[in-house]
Design a protein around this ligand. Structure first.
Ligand code: GRF
Length: 203
């Protein structure tokens, strides 16, 4: 099962996938790690794992569509079975989403549909939530709005601040993303016209 992983930052979710492939028998291969930032920490993680990397800087493009088309041009020849957004911090247009529509996954640090967008940990704290967490969904043209695949809740503890809470959520992300990618790699998870199908269940 071939993967392309898109990152913008530290790449700890990318690392979780690399580790699951190397040590937990995740039956997948990362064919390319693509970043929109040359300084993304995840690029170093990719290189130390011997993975191919590419940088396409969104600032070299005068529209989101032209940036997205450049990424499609880079990825399409690889025909990835799944495209994994792992801390990829650009809003995608239909140019990209349509090219990989039934094979595009994103992880988001909230229990969607709560808190799409940014600053999710702060928003959960400000709201006084007792639970927070992360969600993985198929990507559609609506920001953080595609059909849900899986969620991992974490408790919000009395003395939490943004940093402690985000760390707890990230630990949950690092367990959940390899699991979901495994379902894809084992050909158990699909986006169908009726919704998300896992094994013989519609989620
Ligand atoms: C994760 O919390 C992800 O949910 C969010 O950005 C963060 C990426 O972290 N969209 P990393 O680059 O995988 O370390």
């Amino acid at each position: 099962h071939s993967l392309a992983v898109l990152i913008s930052g530290s790449g700890s979710n990318l690392q979780a996938l690399i580790d699951a492939i190397e040590h937990q028998g995740l039956p997948a291969r990362i064919d390319l790690v693509l970043s929109n930032r040359a300084d993304a920490g995840g690029l170093a993680r990719a290189k130390s794992a011997g993975l191919a990397t590419a940088v396409i800087d969104h600032r070299d493009h005068d529209s989101r569509e032209s940036f997205d088309q450049a990424m499609v041009d880079r990825l399409a020849p690889l025909a990835p079975d799944t495209v994994v957004l792992a801390g990829f911090m650009r809003i995608l247009t239909p140019v990209f989403v349509r090219a990989f529509s039934d094979r595009l996954l994103n992880i988001h640090p909230s229990l969607l549909p709560k808190y799409p967008g940014l600053h999710t940990h702060r928003r959960a704290l400000d709201a006084g939530d007792s639970q927070h967490g992360c969600s993985i969904h198929f990507v559609t043209e609506e920001l953080d709005g595609g059909p849900l695949i899986a969620q991992a809740p974490v408790p919000v503890l009395p003395n939490d601040h943004e940093e402690t809470l985000s760390k707890r959520v990230q630990q949950a992300e690092h367990r959940l993303y390899p699991d979901v990618v495994r379902w894809r790699a084992e050909r158990r998870l699909f986006l169908t016209a009726n919704g998300v199908q896992l094994d013989d269940r519609l989620l």
